[in-house]
Design a protein around this ligand. Sequence first.
Ligand code: PLP
Length: 241
Amino acid sequence: MGAWNEGFYGGPQVRAVEDEWAGAFAARHAVAVNSATSGLISAAGAAGVGPGDEVIVSPYTMMASATAALVFNAVPVFADIDPRTYGLDPESVLSRVTPRTKAIIVVHIFGQATDMDPIMEIAEAHGLVVIEDCAQAPFATYKGRPVGTLGHMGVFSFNHHKHIHTGEGGVVTTNDDGLCERLQLIRNHGEAVVGGKGVANLIDMVGFNFRMGEIEAAIARCQLAKGPALIAARQANVAYL
Ligand SMILES: *Cc1c(COP(=O)(O)O)cnc(C)c1O
């Protein structure tokens, strides 16, 4: 939508799945997008990642986790992983922090949660934004809390390789109103709606067409409802094997 109106937020199915996803993951906001790759790019943009910034990222992942930084002319910096979780090792992350570091992208891989508490401590100490790539870990928990709401933004995939899917799709969760607005703008070309919407923070805004369609959103609502049962079946199969 190029001019300000309610359509900026997507159709009724998109808004419904966003509400349901936010509810299921105890997040303040969910922003539906057309892939987790789009979601990671949106999250990096919402975080204000810009030219010359460094983004610390896990090297043990699918490429989209690292290339999100490149889209904004920033530099992905690989830290090492912890052999227990296969997620980022906090000590290695700390050793990669420089004055140029802007964000950390943790990847909860194989349904395993990264050790988030020490990562969040490092982020708070250095003023960094933490993005969680949850493409392989919907419904995974860390100390009883679902991944995707432990950092500043969480990115989920609805690609057909993933636990639940809509063919292609994704969603970004956040508890921050400002980040939510930037995610919505980046999803929608960062476009002309800003005047009517009263947007003030447009610094370094590069937008795209990352909108989710109504058909995918309708499928996502059914998939979300089935999600816990599908994960439970996988876990039972793993236990049996
Ligand atoms: C699949 C995957 C992505 C990308 O998801 P798409 O929805 O296919 O763009 C990103 N990160 C990880 C860890 C993945 O497994």
